[in-house]
Each structure stands twice: as structure tokens, then as C-alpha cells.
Design a protein around this ligand. Structure first.
Ligand code: SF4
Ligand code: SF4
Length: 294
């Protein structure tokens, strides 16, 4: 059995102050940080013991995880498990990445987001260069706000062509065709992000081969459907896995719709689904073409 897990513990604090984020400069009290650490350690213990499951894990914290030692330790430990094929985390890349030298570089990956205004481009690029030196797989992305276009273009120009740069459509922002074309020139797959995907009753891998797990072990199909289907720690998740249609009207977040079966994005991102790196990047994307509308 193979299972992808999107893990999100109680942590909800961040060292950055992005104006578009509810977790900007939020501080977690010590007891919440302790609970987050304990929950993560329990999850790692579960993963270590679950040798009959082929695991892949994406950490999707509300805030920033890599400034916390326990996330770095968890990623190193998970990367070394023989039954784990990938462990990745969404990060702002503020923390120095040198700790990744301890991880199994065949298994570890980062989903890094560049936040103009929070970090200089030189500093962010230095982090990317270090990841390349370490041989760590990573994608880089930006939120597609108008004020981010110039820094995103500069970032794309400065990054090696082998590094995939994704663009997330900004929440509540409409993209006239010329704006969509600007962003699509940077990310040929931007079209998948710019229009929410109608998902009601459409088959989705969520709840079948990929699940969302909270700190207390609650298992849900995905981060966007709150109904629990079981718990990781009492084993009830095993019998809960089944093919299902989506019960939401739309799915508009990459970590969700990448699993929506009719879109076929698991094939587009084959080998890099969790860290958001398309298969065949960059060779198969020499001609920029917009992703199809849903
Ligand atoms: S880095 Fe991410 S979590 Fe932190 S404030 Fe910015 S958007 Fe929010
Ligand atoms: S389409 Fe999106 S919201 Fe629906 S089950 Fe899949 S991941 Fe969840």
C-alpha cells in the first residue's frame, strides 16, 4: 500500500510578515509549540513503525516550520526511512538549509516560496544556490500579485532553468488575459491555478491514496473537507481509504486539485507531486503554453 500524507500540526506562527497572510508575525505560546513538537514526534514514530506502507509526506504548516528544530529533525529522520520515498515541506526558506546535509537527498525536497518585501532577492537566491550545492530537489514559487511581477521576473531570470518556478493565483484577484499571459510566461502551468476547478462528484485521489493528517492524528480526505474519515493512531484510517467523488463545489488550491483525477496532474507532476516539480521540467516546457481552462 502506498500513501501520501499532507501533515499539518498546531503550529501557526511565522517569522515573516506577508501582508496577504493571516499567520504573519504570529507568535505561538510555549504550550502550543510543545504540543506541536510532541505531535510531530508522535507522527515520526508512527511513520517509523509503519513499514508495510510506502509513505510520502508533505508538511503544510500554517506558518513556518523550518525555523523550528523539530521539523528539521523530523525531515532528516523520515528521509532515512527505507519505506519512505519523499518527504517535503512548504517553507519560506528563511532558515539556513545546511542541516539538509544530514538528510537522504534522494528522499528530501522543498516547496519554497519567495515573498518579495520579506527577504532580499539576493538572500533568497543564495539559499537556492546552497540547495543546489547540497543536491536537494526544490521548487520555487510566488503569489501572483501585481507588485510581485517584476521581482518574479527577476527571480526567474536569475534562477537556473532547471529550477521550476510556480505561480499561485492570488486569492480574490481576477486575471484579465494580458495579466494571465504575463504570469504564464513565468509559469506555463499558471492556468491551473488561475481558475478554480469544478470538483463536485468528480473522482479524487484524496481519501484513497492521499490523506490529510492533523497533529492529533485525525485523518481527513484533504485539508479542504473537514469531515474526519479516521485516525492515524488507532489504525482506523486503513479501512477508511476508498475511491470517492469530491463533496466540495470547487477545488482551488494546488495541494488539493493536483489529486483531482480528471485533471491528470499526477502525471504532469509525476515524480514531484508533493514538492510541485513537473516531470520533464524544463525540457518539455521550452514553448510556453497555457494550461487548459477547467
Ligand atoms: S512566509 Fe508564509 S506563513 Fe509566513 S507570513 Fe508569509 S505567507 Fe504567511
Ligand atoms: S478535489 Fe480538492 S476538495 Fe475535493 S476531495 Fe480532492 S483535494 Fe479535496
Amino acid at each position: 500500500m502506498n500513501l501520501s500524507i499532507l501533515y499539518r500540526g498546531p503550529l501557526a506562527s511565522c517569522n515573516y510578515d506577508c501582508p496577504y497572510c493571516p499567520f504573519a508575525k504570529r507568535h505561538d505560546p510555549p504550550e502550543l509549540l510543545r504540543a506541536d513538537r510532541e505531535a510531530l514526534e508522535r507522527f515520526v514514530s508512527w511513520a517509523e513503525a509503519s513499514r508495510d506502507v510506502g509513505l510520502s509526506v508533505l508538511f503544510t504548516p500554517w506558518g513556518e516550520g523550518l525555523t523550528r528544530r523539530w521539523y528539521r529533525d523530523a525531515i532528516v529522520a523520515l528521509s532515512r526511512l527505507p519505506h519512505l520515498s519523499r518527504v517535503a515541506i512548504q517553507t519560506n526558506l528563511a532558515a539556513r538549509p545546511d542541516w539538509l546535509a544530514e538528510a537522504d537527498r534522494d528522499a528530501v525536497a522543498l516547496w519554497a516560496t519567495y515573498h518579495p518585501g520579506q527577504v532580499t532577492q539576493d538572500r533568497f537566491l543564495a539559499r537556492c544556490r546552497r540547495l543546489d550545492e547540497l543536491g536537494v530537489r526544490f521548487s520555487v514559487g510566488v503569489v501572483g500579485l501585481p507588485e510581485h511581477l517584476a521581482p518574479a521576473r527577476a527571480l526567474r531570470a536569475a534562477l537556473p532553468p532547471e529550477t521550476y518556478l510556480w505561480v499561485n493565483a492570488a486569492e480574490g484577484h481576477r486575471y484579465p488575459p494580458e495579466q494571465e499571459a504575463d504570469w504564464t510566461a513565468l509559469d506555463p502551468l499558471f492556468g491551473y491555478s488561475v481558475r478554480p476547478h469544478l470538483s463536485l462528484d468528480r473522482p479524487c485521489h484524496a481519501g484513497e491514496t492521499v490523506v490529510s493528517v492533523l497533529g492529533d492524528g485525525t485523518v481527513r480526505r484533504c485539508h479542504f473537507i473537514p469531515t474526519p474519515i479516521g485516525n492515524l493512531y488507532d489504525g482506523s484510517w486503513r479501512s477508511a481509504l476508498a475511491p470517492r467523488g469530491c463533496t466540495n463545489a470547487v477545488c482551488d488550491c494546488h495541494i488539493g486539485y493536483v489529486h483531482l483525477k480528471p485533471l491528470g496532474l499526477r502525471e504532469v507532476f509525476a515524480g514531484g507531486v508533493l514538492e510541485r516539480i513537473p516531470a520533464g521540467w524544463p525540457d518539455e516546457y521550452q514553448t510556453t503554453t497555457a494550461a487548459p481552462a477547467s
